[in-house]
Design a protein around this ligand. Structure first.
Ligand code: F6P
Length: 551
């Protein structure tokens, strides 16, 4: 890796202007901003790929947005976007292309030659193999070792090899084959695999071992446990009917004992957290079928095309990413809540945690210098309306301002009474209350006693983005995920960091490997810090103690 020219956004003229604007804007409330711009709602709403995204309740004025777009220009964000789509090695610290957008190229889009290889052709080759495998499992043609139909699919993977498939399965459960069960085992906590296989018939169970590297401790250990369970019940010869692998590393798959004929590949230019639409999505495809999976890819691609070609003034991921930078660096908002008003999106916040925080949780720029501004916000969230009865109190009246993303669908997939309207009314109400609050005068006018007035004042001026789509279908999910992927990209490009590496996770992994033998042998001398050493000794003492309920 060679040293790059400065990628410091603070060197750009627009950064200083934005600083000044932020100082001025501190004294302006969303109420005033709306009053000054009567059609602000529609004026700040953009549509693409079936998503309607309303940015009007963000604390952004037209001047601010212009300055943010200038910052994007000065920081070369759009050139970097084009470099990504073209397959240049924009993941500098790992010297790799970043080509998750190639995973959703439609079959007729022609060749995409990267590093001498037609990656579009390779992508469609794997998708074809996945589709034929998924069809065989779904139809019962792919049988277990005893000739039984596969009824249970268990994906074993972690991080990007788990969160995407697990999120997508729940999100698209409405479209899934209900005669089958799908589970996702990730944690090296032995209860995870134990609970997943509890009560299942091994003869009807298929494991998808998903790991980009096929070197991840948790995944290989869980896969070993699953293998032992199958072999004990059905014999060694059953492994080939009950295990398939998804990986970039055929050698390690073979070494683990899975026939590479049962392996679905992908490539080093797909980051783990950007891989749910690669072969890592095999469980999704088995659950919802190849046609629905293709619709999901079409949704991703529609948003890719929008990001790539729409003018900067109406480009939704660009605006979303710039707004995130504005909130983080100029309004000092440290966290972003993701609030899907859709129970099927229950795991979407968890999915976004990896996408956003593993991508932009960095404090060193591409040029090697330490940043002296804030980078990635903390993403978190829960579906509404549940969150309303838990943490929304802090959102409305806490001392910390949180920016919020509301996600709502107009149509219920399972209509019951007018419940979808209730859901929608709650989402709309929350976003409005966050933005506009309720003043002391308004509270008093409702006849509230004076001593209670301050408690009932709603400060408002709390920013949110409102994403609305017709229904949660595979296309909408693809478009939604791609929107966040590209927003993350824009943020990282402004901050001048590498959004596609994850060096910060390595040291903990290797230290765990060195602690393991110490934990397992109480006679080994310890020489770490006094806290870790004492915890090891305490663990050993407790671990050795027989539980009173152990029989
Ligand atoms: O520990 C972080 C990480 O490397 C993620 O980036 C990745 O998604 C996850 O581990 C799993 O990696 P693999 O797919 O190689 O097992």
């Amino acid at each position: 890796m060679t040293a790059l020219e400065s990628t410091n956004p603070k060197d750009r003229a627009a950064w200083g202007r934005l600083d000044d604007m932020a100082r001025e804007l501190r004294h302006r409330e969303l109420r005033d901003i709306f009053a000054a711009e009567p059609d602000r709602g529609p004026a700040w709403t953009l549509e693409a790929a079936g998503l309607r995204v309303d940015f009007s309740k963000q604390r952004v004025t037209h001047d601010v947005m212009e300055a943010l777009l200038d910052l994007a220009r000065e920081q070369g964000v759009l050139e970097r976007r084009d470099a990504m789509f073209a397959g240049q090695h924009i993941n500098v610290t790992e010297d790799r292309s970043v080509l998750h957008t190639a995973l959703r190229l439609p079959p007729a889009s022609g060749a995409l030659i990267v590093d001498g290889v037609d990656v579009a052709d390779e992508v469609h080759g794997v998708l074809g193999r996945m589709a034929s495998f998924a069809d065989r499992v779904r139809s019962g043609e792919w049988q277990g070792a005893t000739g039984k139909r596969i009824r249970n699919v268990i994906n074993i993977g972690i991080g990007g090899s788990d969160l995407g498939p697990a999120m997508a399965y729940i999100a698209l459960q409405y479209y899934s084959d209900r005669s089958m069960t799908f589970q996702f085992v990730s944690n090296v906590d032995p209860t995870d695999i134990s609970e997943a296989i509890r009560g299942l018939d091994p003869a009807e169970t298929l494991f998808i071992v998903a790991s980009k590297t096929f070197g991840t401790q948790e995944t290989l250990t869980n896969a070993k446990a699953a293998r032992a369970w199958i072999v004990e019940a059905l014999g060694e010869g059953a492994v080939e009917r009950h295990f398939v692998a998804v990986s970039t590393n055929a050698d390690r798959v073979a070494a683990f004992g899975i026939d590479t004929a049962n392996m679905f590949g992908f490539w080093d230019w797909v980051g783990g957290r950007y891989s749910m639409d690669s072969a890592i999505g095999l469980s999704t495809m088995v659950a919802i079928g190849p046609d629905n999976f293709a619709n999901m890819l079409a949704g991703f691609h529609a948003m890719d095309e929008h990001f790539r070609h729409a003018d900067a003034s109406v480009n939704i991921p660009l605006r979303m990413g710039l707004t995130a930078v504005w909130n983080r660096d100029f309004l000092d908002i440290p966290t972003n809540a993701v609030l899907p008003y859709a129970q099927y999106l229950a795991r979407f916040p968890a999915y976004l945690q990896q996408l956003t925080m593993e991508s932009n949780g960095k404090s060193v720029r591409l040029d090697g210098a330490r940043v002296d501004y804030n980078t990635g916000a903390i993403y978190w969230g829960e579906p509404g309306t549940n969150g309303q009865h838990s943490f929304y109190q802090l959102l409305h009246q806490g001392t910390e301002v949180v920016s919020c993303d509301f996600i709502l669908f107009a149509q219920a997939l399972e209509p019951v009474f007018d419940m979808q309207d209730m859901l929608a009314a709650n989402a709309l109400a929350q976003a409005a209350v966050l933005a506009f609050g309720r003043t002391a005068d308004e509270v008093r006018a409702e006849g509230v006693p004076d001593d209670l007035v301050p408690h009932k004042v709603m400060p408002g001026n709390r920013p949110s983005t409102f994403i609305l789509a017709a229904r949660l279908d595979p296309h909408a999910l693809g478009a939604l995920v791609a929107l966040y992927e590209h927003s993350v990209f824009v943020q990282g490009a402004i901050w001048g960091i590498d959004s596609f590496d994850q060096w910060g996770v390595e040291l903990g992994k290797s230290m765990a490997n060195s602690i393991l033998p110490d934990l397992q042998d109480a006679d080994r001398p310890l020489d770490r810090d006094s806290s870790t050493d004492a915890l090891i000794r305490a663990y050993q003492a407790m671990h050795a103690t027989v539980r009173p309920d152990a029989g």
